[in-house]
Design a protein around this ligand. Structure first.
Ligand code: 5GP
Length: 185
């Protein structure tokens, strides 16, 4: 893996494909142990698109899957704190158990927003599976039941994660070089 440039920034290799696959294999076998027969799986786009498809194909359970789309970074490198609904799910939520599939949990604001949203729709139980998690950045203690990998405070791209809409299709995960010199956009 070599460093890559996206727009004006250089990103260096961080988590290789072998590790990404191992993380997903391990999480899939944990999630497959969920005892609920009726589970609504909600893929939170765009960032989790590759993670969700890889993860869910490994779980041989006939669960309903729906998608929703949120925006919180607005093209920058730090969560804006303003979460915008771009697309909501169509599935019925009332009285059901929900598993949210997230790319990365950073401050946890999005998670809190999603919990409020799904509680408001009458969800009985809400669980979350995330590929990456930045524990040092959390501003709340919203639960995350399935965590692929804890990472330090760093801006990462690849495997669904973007920098200003580029980098999502990279098969591995890269980290911004000179993170300590970042400019908050
Ligand atoms: P939170 O609300 O937890 O602060 O932020 C969650 C969302 O911010 C993620 O779903 C993702 O879209 C974005 N995000 C957080 N950290 C990163 C990162 O390191 N790289 C990228 N590309 N997006 C991130």
């Amino acid at each position: 893996m070599a460093s890559i440039q996206l727009h004006d920034k250089v990103f260096k290799p961080y988590i290789d494909r072998k590790e990404v696959e191992a993380i997903i294999d391990a999480m899939a076998s944990d999630i497959a142990k969920i005892t609920d027969d009726d589970l609504l799986v909600v893929i939170v786009l765009n960032g989790s698109m590759f993670f969700a498809t890889e993860l869910l194909q490994r779980i041989k359970r006939p669960w309903e899957i729906d998608t929703m789309r949120l925006a919180s970074y607005h093209g920058g490198m730090q969560s804006s704190g303003q979460i915008e609904f771009l697309l909501d799910i169509k599935a019925e939520v009332n009285g059901r158990n929900v598993l949210l599939i997230e790319d990365i949990v950073d401050t946890g604001r999005t998670l809190a927003f999603l919990h409020d949203h799904f509680k408001g729709l009458g969800a009985q139980k809400i669980m979350t599976a995330t590929l990456l998690h930045k524990p040092s950045q959390r501003i709340n203690d919203m639960p995350v039941e399935y965590i692929g990998k804890d990472i330090d405070d760093a801006f990462v791209v690849g495997f669904g994660l973007d920098y200003r809409e580029l980098g999502r299709n990279l098969p591995e995960i890269y980290v911004l070089e000179s993170w300590e010199l970042r400019i908050v956009l």
